[in-house]
Design a protein around this ligand. Structure first.
Ligand SMILES: O=C(O)CCC(=O)C(=O)O
Ligand SMILES: [Fe+2]
Length: 267
């Protein structure tokens, strides 16, 4: 069985930024209370698939297991607006991606019993480097994309926690197929509590694991990026439309995070 990932709650912005730069991830305990977790899960239960938005909704009846994956969550219910700029997470995001950073995606994701292990992967490798260069402490690759995972369950091995190989963003590459460790460090499970958040940079080696329980795992993902990285709000070619009633409830910062940018280079 995989070891548990060390989850240290750093007290201030500086040490949180250092953690995501050094370890590839940063942990925020107790971002949501039990009531907020329950409310979010209920709204997620009510979401329906929009095929044009590349949403997925497989069920044991029409497929193999429950896999409900809903894109553009911020556009589906005003409750999700607050997850664009949750205190704590937004400060780290702006510190690492820039004051003009934005949210390139937000997905509500439910995975049921039978969901298989993913292969160890990265979400994106912005710059491939020889390992000795990537591991050199003088080399500091900017964090171009990060994802905040809002866990909405108390995680245990059978429920299929996310696993990270801490420090593996320093490999300068993606894992080969079936490669299961980097420099002897094996994947470690995020066994956190419902309402906790873990934010990780896109190059850290990680995977979702098999759901061997009888329970559905609920996860909200918020993807942050440097302003120069495009947002991913399908359907494309201007067919994505903001819900006007939800947009009317957004704060100026939330609007900026959804793309209301000041004019700049290339605009
Ligand atoms: O399901 C998880 O815990 C992680 C999923 C993931 O890393 C992915 O789909 O890229
Ligand atoms: Fe991933």
């Amino acid at each position: 069985m995989a070891e548990a990932l060390e989850l240290t709650a750093y007290p201030d912005l500086e040490s949180r930024v250092e953690a995501i730069e050094r370890d590839g991830y940063v942990y925020y305990p107790g971002v949501l209370d039990a009531e907020e977790v329950a409310e979010l899960r209920e709204v997620m239960d009510g979401l329906t698939q929009i095929e044009a938005s590349f949403d997925k909704h497989m069920t044991p009846e029409n497929g193999r297991y429950l896999n409900k994956h809903i894109n553009n969550a911020f556009n589906r219910d005003s409750l999700f607006l607050d997850f664009l700029d949750k205190p704590g997470v937004i400060e780290v995001s702006e510190a690492v991606h820039g004051e003009d950073c934005h949210v390139i995606g937000m997905t509500a994701w439910m995975t049921g019993p039978g969901r298989p292990d993913q292969n160890l992967h990265i979400d994106w490798l912005p710059i491939a480097l020889p390992e000795d260069v990537a591991s050199d402490p003088r080399v500091k690759v900017p964090i171009f994309i990060s994802t905040a995972h809002y866990y909405l369950d108390d995680l245990y091995e059978e429920l299929g926690p996310t696993q990270f190989v801490p420090g593996s963003h320093r490999s300068g590459r993606r894992p080969d197929k079936d490669e299961m460790d980097w420099q002897g460090v094996e994947p470690k499970s995020i066994l956190c509590k419902a309402g906790d958040v873990v934010q990780f940079r896109s190059e850290v080696w990680h995977r979702g694991t098999a759901n061997r329980s009888t329970q559905t795992r609920y996860l909200l993902q918020v993807h942050y990026a440097n302003r120069m990285i495009t947002q991913k709000y399908p359907p494309y070619l201007n067919r994505f439309q903001f819900d006007k009633a939800i947009l009317a409830q957004a704060t100026p910062r939330q609007l900026r995070l959804m793309g209301d940018h000041r004019s700049s280079n290339y605009d």
